[in-house]
Design a protein around this ligand. Structure first.
Ligand code: ADP
Length: 267
């Protein structure tokens, strides 16, 4: 299996702080049986949002982390030899359609073209999945919801979603939340004092304003939560920033120095 699939059926709603109309748009798209594309940088709450929506709708969540080796067979299923028999094993997409779950294809643009082709009939009025190898055509039940995520700023190769694919989805934009909300998220997630969370957000704003460092991606809410957790665990704030913010962002000594200077200034 070259795609990592996970299944979550635990119903306890995770903490998710809404930042706009994303919840009502998602629920309306679900009622209208439209697939949803979450667009935004890494670590800004897309996966958490899907988990929260799955809990709200009381649905199982099947998550697939797509990568450039993810093939249609990985997602649909394959024949396996067990003992003397060949048995069919559903892949995560087939299982999610069969069971009427929420299917979350994380970083869908990373998947191979044959995957996108297989998804097309699922994203239009047919809501159908053709599992050729198993000679099966599945119609998605009303409870099924396709959600995909896409990071427009992430450029590792010529990875873009084609307009013909994008236009099949209702798009919801994600970005780092406004400072008071981001501080609230960091404080709640890491169980640190709000004052500490606010400082981390001040640092994040400074780093995000820097374009000259040539970072592949800038500091995410996830990194702030990580730094806050180290601080909550007794690590001095500057050291926490060095390990949880500066080191994950870059290996370049000059950029590291500049980022650490900012952290030292804020704390
Ligand atoms: P993405 O899927 O966009 O890469 P995640 O959903 O995994 O990012 O978010 C990373 C972390 O940031 C989460 O585990 C959570 O701690 C925190 N987070 C970001 N945004 C929110 C939010 N709006 N509400 C709650 N937690 C959030």
């Amino acid at each position: 299996m070259r795609a990592v699939a996970e299944r979550t059926s635990e119903r306890a709603a995770p903490y998710y702080r809404a930042t706009g109309h994303e919840e009502s748009v998602f629920l309306a798209a679900h009622s209208a049986r439209l697939p949803v594309l979450l667009k935004g940088p890494t670590g800004c709450g897309k996966s958490r949002f899907v988990e929260a929506m799955a809990a709200k709708l009381d649905r199982d969540l099947v998550t697939v982390a797509c990568n450039d080796e993810t093939s249609a067979a990985d997602l649909l299923g394959r024949w396996l030899v067990r003992g003397g028999d060949t048995v069919w094993q559903d892949g995560p997409v087939t299982r999610a359609v069969r069971e009427g779950a929420i299917l979350y294809l994380d970083e869908v643009a990373e998947a191979r073209e044959d995957v996108i082709v297989v998804l097309h009939p699922l994203t239009d009025h047919r809501r159908a999945l053709y599992v050729d190898r198993h000679a099966e055509e599945l119609e998605a039940p009303p409870s099924f919801q396709l959600v995909a995520s896409f990071n427009p700023g992430y450029r590792r190769g010529p990875k873009e979603l084609k307009p013909s694919t994008r236009q099949r989805f209702v798009g919801i934009d994600f970005t780092y939340p406004e400072p008071p909300i981001e501080a609230e998220v960091v404080a709640t997630e890491a169980q640190v004092e709000l004052a500490v969370a606010k400082r981390l957000v001040v640092l994040a704003r400074k780093i995000r304003a820097l374009s000259e460092l040539g970072l592949a991606e800038t500091v995410s809410t996830r990194l702030l939560v990580g730094a806050a957790r180290l601080i909550a665990g007794g690590i001095a704030p500057r050291v926490a920033c060095a390990h949880a913010i500066v080191a994950p962002l870059t290996d370049d000594p000059e950029a590291r120095g500049a980022l650490q200077d900012l952290a030292d200034l804020v704390f």
